[in-house]
Design a binder for this molecule. Structure first.
Ligand code: COA
Length: 189
């Protein structure tokens, strides 16, 4: 059990500071979350109003931290930690089966710079260090080649496609499943 005021630990990588969201992050994040290109392959829809982003960085984040969940994290550049440029995190897919899941998105102006891989590597390390999963998975809506590439670069293995398993925006989507096992992550060092 985590204390009620628990928040995920701030993490640093070569270029990034990964930190909990603050309610006053909304104005900086909104223009990025307001972009339908970002949500083309996500479960969430792009934010139409600043209030939606405020709910995400405020109430949603607070409730997740209250549960002891290391999601959502603000992705920021270490040189500018007040300015979120995306979000990532890890959470239980099934705690009973010790299966966790990874999620991430990066603001479009920063795509292709290796941010998702750098942030996600820190998330996987955190999951295996601070929780006790045997498996960390990621689910990708078919067609999201950039996300598949991120997972391949991290060393996740493609396990298969759950055909027509997701009803999203009126369409049945194929969902690709990737995972890394604790033993594989530790062996890769
Ligand atoms: C997927 C996403 C997080 C990647 O973020 P990013 O910071 O650009 O990722 P990185 O730069 O670390 O790595 C992306 C890799 O995908 C490659 N890539 C990008 N677009 C691609 C495409 N259309 N087809 C194939 N590969 C592609 C890049 O070249 C890079 O690989 P490389 O380093 O070998 O060249 C970002 O595109 C995004 O936020 N998309 C919208 C939200 C989303 O889909 N989230 C994931 C849901 S599962």
């Amino acid at each position: 059990m985590k204390p009620p005021d628990w928040r995920p630990p701030t993490l640093t990588t070569a270029r990034l500071t990964l930190r909990p969201f603050e309610p006053d992050d909304a104005p900086a994040l909104f223009p990025y979350a307001n972009n339908p290109n970002v949500t083309r392959f996500t479960l969430w829809d792009h934010h139409k109003t600043l209030a939606e982003t405020a709910a995400f960085v405020g109430d949603y984040a607070r409730l997740r931290y209250l549960e002891g969940t290391a999601e959502p994290y603000a992705i920021t550049f270490a040189a500018d930690p007040g300015h979120p440029v995306g979000s990532c995190g890890v959470f239980w897919a099934s705690e009973a089966n010790r299966n966790m899941e990874l999620g991430y998105w990066v603001a479009e102006p920063f795509w292709g710079g290796g941010i998702a891989v750098e942030a996600s590597r820190a998330m996987v390390d955190l999951a295996f260090r601070d929780y006790d999963p045997v498996r960390l998975q990621a689910r990708v809506i078919a067609g999201n080649a950039a996300s598949c590439r991120v997972l391949e670069k991290l060393g996740f293995r493609f396990e298969g496609t759950l055909r027509a398993s997701l009803l999203r925006r009126g369409r049945f989507e194929d969902v690709m499943v990737y995972a890394v096992l604790r033993s594989e992550w530790e062996a890769a060092g």
